[in-house]
Design a protein around this ligand. Structure first.
Ligand SMILES: *Cc1c(COP(=O)(O)O)cnc(C)c1O
Length: 367
């Protein structure tokens, strides 16, 4: 007789995963909500991308091109890359998981830094591997700490540059030093989700490294500056062998036809991207300066968001601030799950939203 208590049990490790909790999008009981919790752009997508998406609605009975050929061609043309070395995914989240499932198994380690993007830990664990965390310095990726944590079991190192939720970055030279210090069998994944926002002279996206080195892969997304988070489009560029391996594991139709169409249109509208970057430059500087003028610490950010610290403020804790702002419809991101219980992450929003946050923080601190 079968044991009536028996039931399907997930692989070891699966139930140890803390489910990813996305940024909130609601403020109960408030008429107007300003969502500043998921690093979305206040400018929205290119109007051409919206039109392309609508056009795709007339052909939903047909499977998409599983190779996303037009989208890879558009990305390749825009950045001067060999389209055969590009893979597209349903968001870069899918690609990060694909990388973990392709290169990491039981007994293997995946490495990332202390306040690194939470998806890395989930992807490594889901693949059956062991997540290993290296400490940071000043909320910034520490190359020496990462190198010190490498073992012969390390298969992949994930570095978000700039990192979310801290907004900090490491210069090109530091990334190159990290790569040079890795054993050749270790894949370095440079997650450049916010690269389009960065203006620092010593920064690079990782594109050149991914073009020329056998163990570097760069991931990118349409969710942030391109304003297409709802469609789920990401891409990765790297060595042909790595792209080939990922393509074998990838679902055959992982990017939808409307996503391909809108992605192509977004790639072909650099002016819209430039407007979003310009808006961010102006308001990132303004928000940083205003929050500091209120007496709060802000980690210097090169992304489209800032990490605001609330240690023992007169108004209360980060949690209190979160609740206070929420009552005014200002939805920020609590980042306790990133090991930052005393901080909130704020996406740079519209001028109106940014000004309302500063006013609200001023009132919070006066409580
Ligand atoms: C938002 C983000 C992503 C991208 O996510 P998508 O799945 O492409 O929407 C990847 N990495 C980091 C660090 C991010 O913040």
């Amino acid at each position: 007789m079968a044991n009536s208590e028996a039931r399907p049990v997930p692989r070891p490790g699966v139930l140890s995963i803390a489910p990813y909790v996305p940024g909130r999008s609601e403020a109960p009981g408030v008429a107007k909500v300003y969502k500043l919790s998921s690093n979305e752009t206040p400018l929205g997508p290119s109007p051409h991308a919206i039109a392309a998406y609508r056009n795709a609605a007339d052909h939903l009975e047909a499977y998409p091109d599983g190779a996303a050929t037009r989208l890879r061609a558009a990305i390749g043309a825009r950045y001067g890359l060999d389209a055969n070395r590009i893979i597209c995914g349903a968001g870069s989240d899918e690609l990060l998981n694909l990388i973990a499932h392709t290169y990491i198994g039981p007994g293997d380690e995946g490495l990332f830094s202390q306040h690194g993007f939470l998806v890395y830990k989930i992807a490594i664990t889901a693949a059956g591997g062991t997540p290993v965390v290296a400490p940071e310095r000043d909320y910034t990726t520490d190359v020496d700490a990462l190198l010190a944590a490498v073992t012969e079991r390390t298969k992949v190192v994930f570095v978000a540059n700039p990192n979310n939720p801290t907004g900090t970055y490491i210069p090109h030279d530091e990334m190159a030093r990290l790569r040079a210090g890795l054993p050749p069998h270790v894949l370095l994944v440079i997650d450049a989700a916010y690269t389009e926002y960065v203006r620092a002279n010593d920064y690079s996206s990782g594109l050149e490294m991914a073009a020329s080195l056998p163990n570097v892969l760069m991931t990118r997304t349409f969710s942030k500056i391109h304003g297409l988070a709802g469609l789920r489009i990401g891409w990765a560029f790297g060595p042909a062998e790595v792209i080939d391996a990922l393509n074998r594991v990838r679902g055959p139709f992982n990017v939808s036809a409307p996503a391909i169409a809108a992605g192509v249109a977004a790639m072909e509208d650099p002016a819209h991207e430039a407007r979003a970057a310009e808006h961010n430059l102006t308001w990132l500087a303004w928000v940083t300066e205003q929050v500091r003028a209120l007496g709060l610490d802000v980690t210097p950010s090169v992304g489209n968001f800032v990490l605001i610290h609330f240690p023992d403020t007169p108004g209360g804790t980060a949690r209190d601030a979160d609740a206070f702002l929420l009552k005014r419809g200002l939805v920020l991101r609590a980042v306790a799950s990133y090991g930052l219980p005393d901080a909130l992450r704020m996406t740079i929003g519209s001028e109106e939203a940014n000004r309302l946050v500063i006013d609200a923080l001023r009132d919070f601190l006066k409580r």
